[in-house]
Every structure is written in C-alpha cells, then in structure tokens.
Write a protein that binds this ligand. Structure first.
Ligand SMILES: Nc1ncnc2c1ncn2[C@@H]1O[C@H](COP(=O)(O)OP(=O)(O)OP(=O)(O)O)[C@@H](O)[C@H]1O
Ligand SMILES: [Mg+2]
Length: 212
C-alpha cells in the first residue's frame, strides 16, 4: 500500500494544527485505513481521542517519541492508506525536521490576518530546508478560523502573494462545531446536523488535497 503522508505544522502556537489534523484524519479514515501520529509532546491529539473513548470516530492515534518520527511514519505507512501527523508548535526539535523529511505534504494552518501569516514565515524557511533531503515535499497554507462574513482583507491577499508557499483555495471557517468536537472527543463528522457546515469545510480541504 502506498500511503499519502501529510504533516500539519506551524511553529506558531494555536493556529489550529490539532483541530485540522483530527478532522482531516476522521475524513480520510472514512475513505481508507488511516493512522494519526501525534508528534507533539503535549499529546493533544492523543488526549482528544481519549475524551471520546472507544466509540469515537477517529482512526488509531499513536504517539511519536522524540527522535523516532522517521521510523514511526515509515511504520504507519506500511499499514495505512493515509498518515496524518500533528506537529509541535516549535521548530527547534529534531522531530519536525524528521517529519518534514518523511512526508509527501505539509499543511500549514494560519489565521487570516497578515500578522499571523508573517509569524509563520519561519515555516516557509523550514520547508525550503526540508526540500534539500526531500525534494518532492509539497507545502500549502490552509486558512483557519475564516470569518464567513468578511472576504479576505486586501492586506491579507498581498501578504499571501509574497509567500513562497501557496495557499489552498479551501479553508476552515470559525465554527462552534470545531470547538464542540474537541470537547466531545471526536470529529465534526460525529456531530450530525450541528457539524454539517464544518464537515463541508473539511471535505472541501480533503478533496482539494486529493487533487494536488
Ligand atoms: N476553525 C475553528 N473554529 C473554531 N475554533 C477553532 C477552529 N480552529 C481552532 N479552533 C480553536 O482554537 C484553539 C487552538 O486550536 P488548536 O489546539 O487546534 O491549535 P494548535 O495549533 O494545535 O495549538 P498548539 O500550537 O498549542 O498545538 C482551540 O481552542 C480550538 O478549539
Ligand atoms: Mg496542537
């Protein structure tokens, strides 16, 4: 089985890495065997899955020990169609280096403000560095916490245009369903009508990723 390996990373904290990883993992899991690797020593993805208990809708979540990221991704790729990796909010550790050297695609969640985007500039440098050893690595930013009522500001469009890393056409809106899913320990797919719009956001990102 050839796995599609996707890391969700941003050295800036709180941009939605874990939220995006968990919900993408649930969506990919509906399409084929999926493993979610938690490379963040905070263990957020693991905690999230534990809250939901045995009957949550998430794929198996495995923690990655420091220094073991490459081996962990390789192992997961042998038994899965999709491998999702939630990354820690810093660039210093060897973990992120190993992860970016071992995946096909890096998704970088950013909030739709120029300040947040500029705070992620180090990620674009990390992507360039990773391409030395992993030349086929693709990288895209994913806008998170979009406010449906406002189009992107002109300054945001300008800032995006100056970045080396392109942005996906689809992103996640700011929705209570994403917070509820975290509190309940599952993904937005499990929320029924309450999660319908959030599921549409996640599905649009997945379909776009599958066509890259
Ligand atoms: N699209 C969204 N709509 C509503 N709330 C969101 C959305 N995305 C993220 N959040 C909320 O924002 C907070 C930060 O999200 P999350 O924990 O996913 O970020 P993170 O990048 O993984 O953080 P860290 O850097 O600490 O690992 C959480 O409370 C989460 O519920
Ligand atoms: Mg996180």
């Amino acid at each position: 089985m050839t796995a599609l390996r996707i890391a969700v990373a941003n050295q800036k904290g709180g941009t939605g890495k874990t939220t995006l990883t968990i919900n993408l993992a649930a969506g990919f899991h509906r399409r084929g065997p999926t493993v979610l690797l938690d490379a963040d020593p905070q263990g957020s993805a693991g905690h999230w899955a534990q809250v939901g208990g045995a009957n949550n809708d998430l794929p198996p979540v495995q923690g990655i020990e420091a220094g073991e990221a490459r081996a962990g991704i390789l192992r997961a790729s042998r038994s899965s169609r999709y491998v999702l990796v939630d990354c820690p909010p810093h660039l210093q550790s060897d973990t992120l280096h190993q992860v970016m050297g071992s995946v096909d695609l890096v998704l970088i969640p950013v909030q739709p403000s120029p300040l947040d985007l500029w705070a992620s500039v180090d990620m674009t440098l990390a992507v360039q560095a990773a391409r030395v050893g992993n030349p086929n690595l693709r990288a895209y930013m994913v806008l998170n916490q979009l406010d449906g009522r406002n189009a992107l500001s002109r300054s945001m469009h300008q800032a995006l245009a100056e970045f080396e890393v392109p942005v996906l056409a689809n992103g996640l809106a700011r929705r209570a369903a994403f917070r509820s899913a975290a509190l309940e320990g599952g993904s937005v797919y499990r929320l029924g009508g309450r999660g319908a719009y959030a599921v549409q956001d996640v599905e649009a990102v997945i379909e776009e990723v599958l066509k890259l």
